[in-house]
Design a protein around this ligand. Sequence first.
Ligand SMILES: [Zn+2]
Length: 244
Amino acid sequence: MSMKAEIVEIGRRLYSKGLVAGYEGNISVRNGNSILITPSGVCKGFLKEADIIEINSIGEKIAGNGVPSSETALHLKLYRERSDVQAIVHAHPPTATGFACAGLGLDQSLTAETVLMLGAVPLVPYGTPSTEELPEALNGFTGYDALLLANHGAISVGKTLEKAYFLMEQVEQYAKISFVANTLGTPKPLPCDEVDKLMALREKFGIQTGDPTVCSRNGQVTLYRFSRNELVNLIQEILNEVGG
Ligand SMILES: [Zn+2]
């Protein structure tokens, strides 16, 4: 399947699964030195290969008829910072976006599958869509493969477009499970020793990004883990406070 045909197919899946509505969402794939990206103002469920636009690494149009996605800067930021990323999916999955609107990330180690595949899905602070605010809000978060965008939606990246898309499906699934677990009472995250075993498996599978943030040791204590970037930011904040 050609890259353009694959983008068309993933757009169809995003729309049919209700992960986007109307003209929402955007999809891109790295294509050597250029990037193939979806146009704005077109429903992603009914894309045609001819709709896909080719841009260069600074967002200038190389080929195609429409206007490149309004979130092009968001995609370019991730391609710049993550040489391993080949494809990006941005959508507004309703349950996950509900968490993002409630000011909540998906960072409890609730199921083995999500710890393995996603680690934590942190909440990125709000930035006005289609402006430079949104890529700037990603500072410190680009080490994760899936992120919630406050009061907006979610974004996922992958070594292939299908992998990035499956992460988006899993983010929505994870949000639904988290919602049910929290609605039923106090969720019981996996204990830390079990999370440690899953972390060892992640290493074996070559999954290097993301990090589970919450687990409970001896069923009592909640331990917060930080990604390297979060830790660096936290230390920087403390140093600033001490210095100021
Ligand atoms: Zn959006």
